[in-house]
Design a protein around this ligand. Structure first.
Ligand SMILES: [Zn+2]
Length: 494
């Protein structure tokens, strides 16, 4: 007797192969049969007219607020069944404790994590802008080894952020070696998305080559400096990645389908030296230091496309500015945009949405052979405030915009980039395919109506067209209800 039988759906199995019609049987959390299944099960789901596919695996997230909101509805209701957190160099330490807490929280989705190089460097060296001593290097590597033993799936670096920005290649190779030895992956928020992208990609390749590790460029993007757009840069970057792969570098990338990024204002506006030794605020208060950093701040804002492209999204110090741009704030305060940005960082460093990317570049990267889909989002703890719509809509948006409306990719290819490709890349064994013995993480969806509903103006909107999401063989959510089954998800330990 099966637990669940899903009958009559078009099965898109995650491999990229054309769909075929098959009934799928689930028992004890696993897919046990694919094909003609005897019609005996405790629960029956009618898949007529629907597509059945693997649950989506979101390998680039900052999803640690799963502990606050274990139902993770903004992710689950997109069809996401597994997240990889700990990206961009930042993760909780020790990783083992976090994985235990996730299990104790009884989440609706599966959670795996990378260990953050930035978090480890911060622990050992604070915000020192120098190379580590031998002793510090040994201590950092020991923490990496510990994280891998406790179940991390790899290491992440945030070379655009403090303190990761202070690390040079030799250090990054050293910390990656124990990860490579344990079969983990290296995921990087590269040092530049602006003028130095080719160098940033070459640096990633060098780390991969020297440490012998698979490398993933997180949220691949190219910023276009205000007034100096070069249309061909995205194509050049893809060409560079292809050449590196031809040389034998094990390199892939991920991104989401929105032309805007989301991070703290300080990360984008301030050069890394401002935060050296933890003295960011001290320097921001010093008029001479301000004069010194102002040209760089102006340059960084220009790379985003100007202060009117920066929306203040989360700002506890002055919620009245949420939803307004840095240009708006400058007008309200009668200060120039660069000084406004520096003031805002000092007052509480708002999280911002940066409308800095071109739609056509995003499309080129997403349809590139080596690209997978990932949200760069997280668990939204409450349905209020200004958040990036990627948190609610990333995966359905691909299925609507890229598959149904424009046919930029086939349904099978889109699903592959959301399931089997990320699962194999991040070594999530036994997930990402609809096949016997695989974990029963599944999505039943209507290909004719699946669509994101979240927008930049109204981001807290669940997608439509997702009928049912199954996690580890249990129905986690079904259309027509707001009820979410807690405890079907688990911490994944490598
Ligand atoms: Zn990042």
């Amino acid at each position: 007797m099966l637990d669940i039988l899903i009958a009559g759906a078009r099965l898109v199995d995650g491999t990229g192969n054309p769909w075929y019609r098959a009934d799928v049987g689930i028992l004890d959390g696993r897919i046990v049969q694919c094909g003609v299944v005897p019609d005996r099960a405790h629960q029956h789901l009618d898949g007529t007219g629907m597509v059945l596919c693997p649950g989506f695996i979101d390998v680039h997230t900052h999803a640690d607020r799963l502990l606050e909101r274990p139902q993770a509805d903004n992710m689950l209701r997109q069809g996401i069944t597994t997240v990889v957190s700990g990206n961009c160099g930042s993760s909780p330490l020790p990783v083992g404790d976090m994985l235990d807490k996730v299990d104790a929280a009884r989440p609706s989705i599966n959670y795996a994590t990378l260990v953050g190089h930035g978090s480890i460097r911060q622990r050992i060296m604070g915000q020192a802008d120098r190379q580590p001593t031998d002793r510090e290097m040994t201590d950092m590597c020991r923490l990496v080894e510990q994280a891998m033993e406790e179940g991390a799936v790899g290491i992440s670096t945030g070379l655009f952020y403090v303190p990761g920005a202070y690390a040079v290649v030799d250090e990054l190779v050293e910390v990656s070696r124990p990860v490579a030895a344990a079969g983990g992956v290296y995921a990087t928020h590269a040092r530049s998305a602006g003028g130095k992208i080719p160098e940033a990609i070459e640096e990633t390749a060098e780390i991969s080559r020297r440490a012998g590790i698979a490398a993933e460029i997180s949220h691949l993007k190219v910023l276009h400096r205000q007034g100096r757009t070069t249309a061909d840069r995205a194509a050049e970057i893809l060409g560079q990645i292809e050449r590196l792969r031809d040389e034998g570098i094990d390199l892939t990338y991920d991104l989401h389908p929105y032309p805007a990024t989301n991070t703290s204002l300080s990360a984008v506006a301030l050069p890394p030296w401002v935060s050296r030794d933890g003295k960011r605020d001290e320097r921001l208060r010093d008029p001479a230091e301000r004069d010194r950093m102002r040209p760089e701040v102006e340059g960084n804002i220009a790379w985003i496309g100007g202060p009117d492209r920066i929306t203040i999204a989360g700002f506890a110090a002055d919620a009245s500015l949420e939803g307004k741009t840095v240009a708006d704030a400058a007008r309200l305060r009668g200060t120039d945009p660069a000084d406004t940005a520096m003031d805002l960082v000092l007052e509480g460093n708002p999280r911002c949405i940066f409308h800095a990317l071109r739609e056509e570049d995003v499309r080129l990267f997403l349809t590139g052979v080596f690209g997978m889909v990932a949200s760069d989002g997280g668990v939204v703890p409450s349905p209020t405030g200004v958040v990036h719509p990627r948190n609610y809509g990333t995966f359905p948006r691909i299925l609507r915009e890229y598959v149904r409306e424009n046919r930029w990719m086939t349904l099978e290819d889109a699903i592959r980039r959301m399931s089997w490709f990320p699962a194999s890349r991040f070594r999530l064994a036994g997930r990402g395919l609809v096949a016997p013995n695989y974990a029963a993480d599944l999505v039943l969806l209507d290909p004719d109506s699946v669509a994101d509903q979240a927008t930049f103006d109204a981001p807290h909107a669940f997608p439509t067209g997702i009928a049912c999401v199954i996690v580890n063989g249990r129905i986690a959510w079904q259309a027509g209800s707001d009820d979410i089954t807690r405890g079907c998800g688990m911490a994944i330990r490598k």
